[in-house]
Design a protein around this ligand. Structure first.
Ligand code: SAM
Length: 258
């Protein structure tokens, strides 16, 4: 790396640290460096596959990294251990959460194999899998990180059912459809945090019945802005076990929302 590249790397890491600090999360330099590397991997891979429309550095920091870490507005990530990110795409919000909170066991799920292959490359490159190497090192983590391919409706019928303290999802489906994808994975008394846009009132009203049927209860609705983007986090607590007939077969939730 040339001296100039090295300086640019330091400036980018400092920028990330500063922006993320505004959400109340303090990153170490090593964590900020990991996010710089992650950004570079996304930009590189985006040349050959469609991962994101947001490639400008400052835009990506705001709309991907800061946005992912706003989770702490509605729940303290330190209060949970296992997290599932459903429809993770290029790894949002799962990768920033895994980097910022090394104690977490993070599982990221997507139906598209190429996206999961990319997220697995990121996990390897950032050394965040949490697996112990031959020298006994785990990269400072005591949580594990993995990416799994499959449709939410199928995986919710197996070992992952009611197995996570917290499930998160961003930009995957309308809330009533999303609730059927996500709530079956949440442990009783655990939570689901949906990352939504500011104007989600109608969507929320349309989802209330489904959320109740699936065992959930809306606990918090937090509207805020990141720059000029209006955002909303909806925190749903699972107060009852999800009835065994949900989720319905793959494809049904999106065609016939509850
Ligand atoms: N969460 C990421 C983000 O915010 O950048 C990706 C959002 S992308 C618009 C939606 C992702 O959800 C896609 O990668 C898609 O493959 C995945 N997805 C949609 N329906 C799914 C399902 N039923 N099960 C698993 N993944 C799904």
């Amino acid at each position: 790396m040339s001296e100039q590249d090295n300086l640019r790397e330091i400036e980018r890491a400092e920028y990330i640290e500063r922006e993320i600090k505004k959400t109340g999360v303090n990153l170490t330099r090593e964590q900020a460096d990991q996010l710089v590397s992650y950004y570079d991997m996304i930009v590189e891979r985006n040349r050959v596959m469609n991962l994101t429309r947001i490639v400008d550095f400052e835009d990506a920091v705001a709309k991907h990294f800061v946005d992912s870490l706003t989770l702490c507005r509605v729940i303290d990530p330190k209060s949970v251990k296992s997290v599932l990110d459903i429809g993770t795409g290029a790894g949002f919000p799962g990768v920033p959460l895994a980097v910022a909170y090394p104690h977490l066991n993070v599982t990221m799920l997507d139906s598209v194999g190429k996206k999961i292959a990319f997220v697995n490359e990121v996990i390897d490159a950032l050394h965040i899998s949490g697996e112990m190497k031959s020298d006994g090192e785990t990269g400072g983590r005591n949580g594990s990180v993995r990416a799994v391919q499959g449709r939410a409706e199928d995986l919710a019928r197996g070992e992952y059912r009611e197995n996570f303290d917290l499930c998160v999802s961003r930009a995957v489906a309308n809330l009533s459809v999303l609730a059927e994808y996500v709530l079956p994975f949440v442990k009783k008394n655990g939570c689901f945090a949906a990352y939504k846009a500011h104007d989600c009132d109608e969507e929320l009203e349309g989802a209330r019945k489904g959320i109740r049927i699936l065992g959930g209860e809306i606990e918090k609705i937090d509207k805020f802005s990141i720059g000029d983007a209006g955002r909303c986090l909806i925190l749903i607590r699972k107060i009852h076990t999800t009835p065994a007939r949900y989720p319905r077969k793959a494809g049904v939730p999106s065609k016939q929302p509850l």
